[in-house]
Ligand binder design. Structure first.
Ligand code: HAM
Length: 437
């Protein structure tokens, strides 16, 4: 016997069936929308060479410096559990020749990501993303497409009213470097206000200070030079065109000059869909932007690129909060509840259940393996599980090839021949589910 019960590792969240059905429901909607925009799925490994993330995300930022799950493989190679999906997707696309001669690609992936962060509501060490990456299109039309696609997700999930779009342009790498110099000299002249964390970042990654939650620093930052004053002309034009198109299409957004993103590969357009409806604090549900330099940086030919990722845990939380009616999703899905009354007919019940699954491939059928022959109790168990039709097999029924059948929705009860059960079930399910026979 174990002395202490083994528990889940801190920050590794699990979802029970009542939550998983909501997760699955959301995932299906997300994938349906992706299909409608002709995005194709790519399956990627969870583990990559550590140097991939150093090259893609940058050396000096929280993810690479403090949050990666890095370990030595048995052959001594340094490996990392992916903290995000873009780097691996770009690596795979280059390796597989998908980006040869700047081909257009619209890809999506999903799965767990790992970051050693301080766990709290909506922030975990293992979390799941659905990510989207587009290659070969310089935008801003494709930037809009991604915003429209995400907006369609939110509309279909019924959360559009609880989520806001924040937008910014962080310009070219050169423009950003010029801005960094100006920002550092502003920060140097306000050093007395900075906290330890900001002081540490001042020379290495000053843009991250713009993200600070420290109210005193934020107040001072209002007087800091803004990135927009330093934008190169092309980025400025790109951003103006993007905003113009969004206005024309009627997508609401706020330009947030402090939005810089934590991963270093971005340039030009960056955006976040945020919500204030989970726990009262602002949480980013979905984030992304352009990363026109990354493919080349990782050894491919120059390829304009843009992408985004949505955090599934946060999305499930918001949908759950706003759509409590979905809580019944897990309770309404048993079509047939099969009961056998004595052990002697167990074999017939199993064979019959397999026959039904063969004839009605989408059927949701569960066998009650309990040993009770108390019909009242068994019917009540079936209705607690929201079963639709109950089939009962006893010794006499097996002998005469009959089945007792009860529709728990209409309360109709009858005995029919086994060979007629499929038709009966199909008729019964259709009538109540779709309103027709
Ligand atoms: P990210 O902003 O680091 O971007 O993450 C995207 C989303 O993943 C966040 O908005 C959030 O919903 C979710 N997320 C991130 N960290 C956590 C966490 N610790 N716990 C729960 N959820 C979390 C990226 O990962 C980029 N690769 C997105 C991208 C794709 N950019 C271009 N292409």
């Amino acid at each position: 016997m174990l002395k202490d019960r083994i528990q889940a590792i801190r920050g590794m969240k699990y979802f029970l069936p009542s939550q998983s059905v909501i997760w699955r429901h959301i995932e299906e909607i997300i994938i349906q929308v992706l299909n409608s925009y002709c995005y194709q799925e790519i399956k990627l490994p969870l583990i990559e060479d550590t140097s991939l993330f150093h090259h893609a995300i940058g050396q000096i930022n929280d993810v690479v410096e403090k949050e990666m799950y890095t370990f030595k493989s048995r052959n001594g190679q340094s490996l990392t559990l992916r903290p995000e999906g873009t780097a691996g997707c770009v690596r795979a696309a280059i390796e597989a020749g998908l980006l040869y001669k700047n081909q257009e690609q619209r890809l999506w992936y999903s799965g767990p990501m790992f970051r050693y962060e301080r766990p709290q509501k909506g922030r975990y060490r293992q979390f799941h993303q659905i990510g989207v990456e587009v290659f070969g299109l310089p935008g801003p039309n494709i930037d809009i497409e991604l915003i429209l696609l995400t907006a369609r997700w939110w509309r279909k999930l019924g959360i559009m009213n609880y989520i806001d779009l924040k937008l910014n342009s962080i310009g070219s790498f050169r423009a950003r470097n010029r801005y960094k110099t100006a920002l550092i000299s502003f920060l140097e002249s306000n050093q007395n206000i900075l906290d330890e964390n900001s002081k540490q970042r001042m020379y290495t990654n000053p843009l991250r200070i713009l993200d600070t939650k420290n109210v005193r620093i934020r107040r001072i930052l209002n007087q800091a030079p803004t990135l927009h004053e330093y934008l190169d002309e092309e980025s400025q034009d790109h951003f103006t065109e993007l905003c113009k198109l969004l206005d024309l299409i009627g997508i609401n957004y706020t330009i947030d000059p402090f939005l810089v993103r934590g991963l270093d590969y971005y340039n030009r357009t960056v955006f976040e869909w945020v919500t204030n409806d989970i726990e009262g604090t602002q949480l980013t549900l979905c984030a992304g932007g352009r990363y026109d330099g990354l493919v080349e940086q990782l050894g491919g030919s120059p390829t304009p690129s843009i992408g985004l990722a949505v955090g599934m845990e946060r999305l499930v939380m918001l949908v759950n909060l706003k759509h409590t009616e979905l809580n019944i999703l897990d309770k309404q899905n048993i079509d047939v509840y099969l009961i056998y009354l004595v052990r002697d007919v167990q074999k017939e019940a199993i064979i019959f259940s397999e026959h039904l699954r063969e004839c009605i491939p989408n059927i949701k059928l569960i066998i009650n393996y309990g040993q009770s022959n108390n019909l009242k109790k068994l019917f009540s168990q079936a209705s607690k599980k929201y079963a639709h039709i109950v089939l009962v097999l006893g010794k006499p029924e097996v002998a005469t090839d009959d089945v007792i059948i009860k529709n728990l929705y209409t309360k109709q009860n009858q005995i029919i021949k086994k060979k007629d059960v499929v038709r009966f079930i199909l008729n019964g399910l259709k009538k109540e589910t779709y309103g027709t026979t």
